[in-house]
Ligand binder design. Structure first.
Ligand SMILES: Cc1ncc(COP(=O)(O)O)c(C=O)c1O
Length: 392
């Protein structure tokens, strides 16, 4: 009961401080890419809006090439891509899936929907990511999958996890919601696990309102994934003229994106280098301004094995109180800021039937504060934000 009350109070503080409707500097702002209106018009003129057209195929090919993936499916959301991943594992009662505690609900919910027992891995002491050491205590003979989240597009140390999972025949899924354009040891994030899931929600650097990609690295999953994507049917074969009709072949649902989403996404993908270089300038200015001047907070930890992608700029305050103080000061100056996830292992839905212990994740939940970052953020505005941050 007390936990639930604390959880709700924390949520209210985060929401009220982050959703200041009068904020002049928002936390996120969509990048309007050059060709999106032209492409949207083209879809409207072609008259087929539902999906499966050229824009959708071009987006899928873009990911297949970038990730050297044998198959990518454009979904209506990353949540949808995660749900297909969970369906593909054919989870039965008693199966266990390891997810980070510090993540978005969809990472875990997709597997809970299939009846998996969730085990929650702790974050690193100084970073939201999980690592093999925090996963190992949760592994047993029932473990079917490990889901990693590359927080803010900063790579999880994948090699030890992949080696371990291969030896134990455990599926690895990358929740790459934040991870387009980021690397681990020169390989793109989203190309490392058996399956990976990206998000193009408006809050992401590359967005089309709502959208996602399921990228399949493990070829064993391709045939079923295509059925599951299309209501559990072989309709894709029918559309390609490979079958005279289509039938119900497996469990599935309606996971596809529309051509309207794909048209906007393609325009964004074509401009992605420019979008990320504009964001990088903002990131660099934050680092330049803050690196020697933060008394009560630290900058995002960079690791040696990956290139991050500027998805999220955050600082880790030394206490919850300091974070709240800073959020108030920023809000007073019309600057939006926000914490991020609330640890899933102590969420109202799961807490009563979960005993996992994630002290690092809880500590990070209380102290992590996201600051505005988007392609159109003026560097003078970054300076103004930094002045408020350095004043605390
Ligand atoms: C780590 C993570 N996974 C999954 C999702 C869900 O993405 P979508 O909104 O595209 O379903 C999010 C959303 O922000 C996320 O942060």
């Amino acid at each position: 009961m007390l936990n639930t009350a604390v959880y709700i109070t924390k949520q209210i503080i985060d929401i009220t401080c982050s959703l200041n409707t009068f904020a002049i500097i928002p936390l996120h702002q969509r990048h309007p890419s050059q060709n999106e209106k032209k492409y949207l018009l083209q879809v409207l003129e072609d008259g087929i809006l539902s999906g499966g057209g050229t824009f959708l195929k071009r987006c899928e090919h873009w990911f297949e090439e970038i990730l050297t993936s044998p198959k990518a499916l454009l979904t209506h959301s990353c949540t949808g891509a995660l749900e297909i991943s969970a369906l593909l594992l054919d989870i039965n009662e008693g199966d266990e899936v390891i997810v980070p505690s510090y993540t978005f609900v969809s990472t875990a919910n997709a597997f809970a929907l299939r009846g998996a027992k969730l085990r929650f891995a702790d974050s690193l002491p100084d970073h939201p990511n999980i690592q093999l050491e925090t996963i190992l205590p949760l592994v047993n003979s029932k473990t079917r999958a490990i889901v990693v989240v590359h927080y803010g597009g900063m790579a999880v140390d994948m090699d030890p996890i992949l080696d371990f999972a291969k030896e134990k025949k455990i599926t690895v899924i990358e929740d790459a919601a934040h991870s387009i354009h980021a690397n681990y040891k020169n390989k793109p994030l989203g190309s490392l696990g058996d399956l990976s899931c990206f998000s193009f929600h408006d809050t992401k650097p590359i967005g089309c309102g709502e959208g996602g990609i399921l990228a399949i690295q493990n070829e064993e999953f391709i045939e079923k994934a295509v059925w599951m994507y299309d209501k559990g049917t072989n309709r894709q074969d029918f559309l390609a003229g490979k079958s005279i009709d289509y039938q119900w072949k497996s469990l599935g649902s309606s996971y596809n994106a529309t051509e309207l989403q794909a048209a906007v996404l393609l325009s964004q993908l074509e401009e992605s280098d420019r979008i990320f270089s504009m964001r990088q300038k903002v990131w660099d200015r934050y680092i330049f301004n803050l690196q020697h001047h933060l008394k009560y907070a630290t900058l995002p930890k960079q690791n040696s094995f990956g290139n991050h992608n500027t998805s999220i700029f955050y600082i880790l305050c030394d206490s919850i109180i300091r974070k709240q103080e800073l959020q108030k000061a920023l809000a007073k100056n019309d600057i939006q800021s926000a914490g991020h996830y609330l640890c899933l292992h102590q969420s109202p839905y799961i807490a009563s039937h979960n005993n996992d212990f994630c002290p690092n994740a809880v500590s990070i939940e209380g102290r992590l504060l996201r600051l505005p970052i988007y392609s159109g953020l003026d560097l003078r505005e970054v300076d103004r934000i930094c002045e408020v941050v350095m004043g605390i």
